[in-house]
Structure formats: C-alpha cells, structure tokens
Design a protein around this ligand. Structure first.
Ligand code: PLP
Length: 446
C-alpha cells in the first residue's frame, strides 16, 4: 500500500521499527540492529526504560500541558535544578524547548536581547565556524558551514561570518599544532575586528565537532584563548552541546574538559534521550540578571516550551543516568571502544583517523592514508559503508558532511548508548571491522 508519509528520502523504502530494547532495534521483518550511534547521538540510556515510560504516563495523566506564559510545572522546576547543579558554577538558568535548532535560535535571540538591554543596539551578528552544524532553521544555517543545506537557501541567509574550526587532522592553514600559534582562534579576533566589535553579539561553537567532522577535538589551549577573546570584545560564547554535551564525552559538558565556562550552552538530543522532544538553553547568571533587571522579560517563546510531559521524560532520563551511574561509565567504556578502533585502524588502511572523547568517537575514511586523500564524492563511500553495516545489523551515523571547502569527507560516527556492555562493544567492533574490510576491498584504497 502507498504510504502517506513525506519521508526524508521519498524514493527510499524504510524498514518499520517494531520494537527497541536496550541498545537494539528490531524491525517487522525480524531483523535486529545494534544501535552504534544511539539514533543520531540521542538514545543515551538505550531503549525501553520502564521508569521513563512510567514518568511520561504519570505526567500526561496529571498535567499534560500548561502554557509557558501562565504556569510552570514540577518537572520543569526539578529538571532545571538538576541541570543547574550539574553544570559549571554560574550556568544556573534553564530555558526548555523542543529541539536543538530551537535551542540555538533561542540562544541567538537571548544574546541579541542581552546586548540591546545593555544599550548595544547593533550587536546582532553571530560568528560561526567552518565544520559546523547548529540546526535547520534559517538563523542556525546562517551561522554554520553545512554547504549542502546552505546552498539550497543561500538567498535567505543572513551574512554571518565564519572562522576556521580547529581541526588539526586537516588544518585549514596547513599547519601543525602547537607551532601553528593557534591561528584558528586568532582568526576569531581578526573577524570580530573586521566586523566591528560593536556589531558582534556572539560566537557559536560545537566544543567537540559532531556531524560535520566526526568527533574532532580541539587542541588544549584553543578554548581558553577563545574565552579570552570573547571577553575582550563583549561577545557572548555560545557552546552548542546539543550533540557533544550531557555526559557524552565523559564530562557533563564537553567544554568542561578545558574548564571553560560559556555564557550560554545548548543541550538537546540526549536530554530527552529519545523519549520526548526536549532541548534547553542554560544561561549564565550574568545573562539572566540582565533580563531580570531590565526588561523583565525575554521576547521569545514557543507553544511547547517547558512542556511538562517532555520535562518529566527528561527528569526520568536524568535520574536513570544518575541512578545507574552512567555518567561515570562513559570514560571507561569510551576508552575500551576507542582502543578497539585504534587496533582496527592498524589493520585497515581505509581508516585515516580515529578521534573523539568518551563515547563520541569518529572515523575518517580515506583513499590514501599517507596523503589523507579522500574518496571521490561521487563514490559516496561513507553512505555505502553505513549501508553495508546496516545489512550486517549495525547502525552508525555518517553525519551531515558540513565543510568549508566543499570537499566531501567520509565520516562515521560511533556513539553507542551509555548502557552498552563490553560484550556488546566487542560485537559492534567485529561487525564494523567486517563491514570496513568489505568496503576496503570494494573501493580503491591505496
Ligand atoms: C551540534 C548540533 N546542534 C544542533 C542540532 C539540531 O538539533 P535538532 O535536530 O534537534 O533541531 C544538531 C542536530 O544534529 C547538532 O548536531
């Protein structure tokens, strides 16, 4: 029968997911898939957790909805308290929305209105970086580098500047750290000066790059320098931790690896854990106080902001993460998985780079490991490897391939749920190795 769903790829046939439990998804044809990417880095606690289902049911029966301009709710209050207690000192005020795009749009509006209230009428530009993705709205696309998605709506995008991302495997300056003198961070200062500091509201970054560079980690002194530059020019630092935050890399925030505190941080994906649409902006008290002491309101809002059922789901996910001590397990489990990937890279020349932190790991696939030459874009190697893996019963994520230089790279993101066991990790590695071996024989690797 013809489907009435407008799919992401209308020409494709999708398997129907019949059930999901633990780290496995089962389709109606009886096939099972080990979810090596938590959907798209979402299902951090795995599937089918009864306490989360129960919390959603209870909240739906108790108070399914209130409008954010009229009421607050217990789960919203409690989840905000939990997040503020887990985040670095100063990040104390939480604005809940339904998805990562909304969270980043909200952060942009917050930054703009923060400056307006302090008498800076022109501070509205957002500086983004190459190798970035912040969402699918026009505002978030304008502040990111995703070439494929930007190209389609370029006449509609605001002229936000982009600076080079710190991506040492393929440094945009062709330099090597630390001799490079961190030109990528210094480019931020040059760009602020070129735009005029009086025109720049914020700088948005993914502290560990997600889908546009498969878990690329910056050099150690990059973020301390960025923080300094932002402070010098009264530019807010927005950490987009929709993908890399919330314990995924072994710390509550990815920026915690460098003890840098942003002015605004956005969370999403794992916050609802896939049980409900939920994302958030956590604002530093220095930003919140400006709203409280001036206009007394933030001119912004969504019908589903702070939705009680979504917050109840998020609260139950948070309690499960704490109760099962899952935040603490990410470092060790990530180390084991990364060691397996490193060992695989010794055997398979198609793997050019293994990178990441915690349970956010990435592979870059190359035609020639010595020269780092990529495969031709038309070969769609990552997509094909993903399909080979899926055939074998392993789900991985290839990302959105955002790049500044329009060169398509082949990435695989490996980011299983935090509940993965050692045995399941071994199984993931075995399936991945067999699939990559097949791909290496198919594509012309040198
Ligand atoms: C870093 C980052 N920011 C924002 C988003 C957008 O989130 P959403 O798809 O929930 O709107 C994503 C989604 O992949 C992301 O990876």
């Amino acid at each position: 029968m013809e489907s009435n769903v407008f799919y992401r790829s209308p020409a494709r046939k999708y398997p129907v997911a019949a059930k999901a439990q633990g780290i496995y998804i089962y389709d109606t044809e009886g096939r099972s898939y080990l979810d090596g990417a938590s959907g798209c880095v979402v299902a951090n606690i795995g599937y089918g957790v009864p306490s989360v289902a129960e919390a959603i049911r209870e909240q739906a029966l108790n108070t399914s909805y209130v409008h954010g301009s009229t009421f607050t709710s217990f789960p919203q209050e409690e989840l905000a308290r939990c997040l503020a207690q887990s985040a670095p000192e100063g990040l104390d005020y939480v604005y809940f929305v339904s998805g990562g795009t909304e969270a980043n749009e909200t952060a942009f509006a917050m930054a703009h209105q923060y400056h307006l209230q302090r008498g800076n009428r022109n501070k509205w530009k957002i500086i983004g970086r190459t190798l970035s993705y912040h969402g699918s709205s026009l505002g978030t696309l304008a502040a990111a580098s995703n070439v494929g998605r930007r190209r389609l709506c370029s006449p509609l995008l605001l002229p936000f500047p982009l600076v080079p991302a710190p991506h040492c495997y393929r440094c945009q300056y062709g330099l090597t750290y630390p001799g490079c003198g961190l030109l990528c961070a210094r480019a931020l200062e040059q760009t602020i000066l070129a735009e005029g500091p009086e025109n720049v509201a914020a700088f948005i970054v993914e502290p560990i790059i997600g889908t546009s560079a498969a878990a690329s980690v910056p050099p150690p002194d990059y973020f301390p320098l960025v923080r300094e530059i932002c402070d010098r020019y009264d530019v807010l630092l927005i950490a987009d931790e929709v993908l890399c935050g919330y314990g995924r890399t072994g710390k509550f925030l990815a920026l915690d690896h460098w003890q840098v505190v942003p002015d605004l941080v956005t969370l999403g994906k794992g916050l609802g854990g896939g049980y409900a649409p939920l994302a958030a902006v956590i604002a530093h008290s220095s930003v919140f106080e400006v709203f409280k002491n001036n206009w007394g309101s933030f001119i912004h809002g969504y019908t589903y902001q702070g939705n009680p059922v979504s917050c109840a789901a998020g609260l139950a996910v948070f309690r499960y993460l704490c109760g099962e001590r899952l935040f603490e397990q990410v470092v060790e489990k990530g180390r084991y998985l990364a060691a397996g990937l490193e060992a695989m890279a010794q055997q398979l020349r198609i793997i050019g780079d293994v990178r990441g932190k915690g349970l956010l790991l990435g592979l870059e696939l190359v035609r020639d490991r010595e020269t780092k030459e990529s495969f031709d874009k038309s070969q769609q190697v990552a997509e094909k490897v993903k399909n080979i893996c899926m055939e074998a019963g392993l789900l991985l994520y290839t990302g959105v391939g955002g790049s500044a230089d329009v060169v398509a790279r082949d990435y695989l993101i490996i980011a299983p749920p935090f509940v993965i066991t050692r045995e399941e990790t071994d199984r993931l590695l075995a399936m991945l190795e067999a699939s990559l071996r097949k791909a290496q024989d198919t594509f012309n690797c040198t």
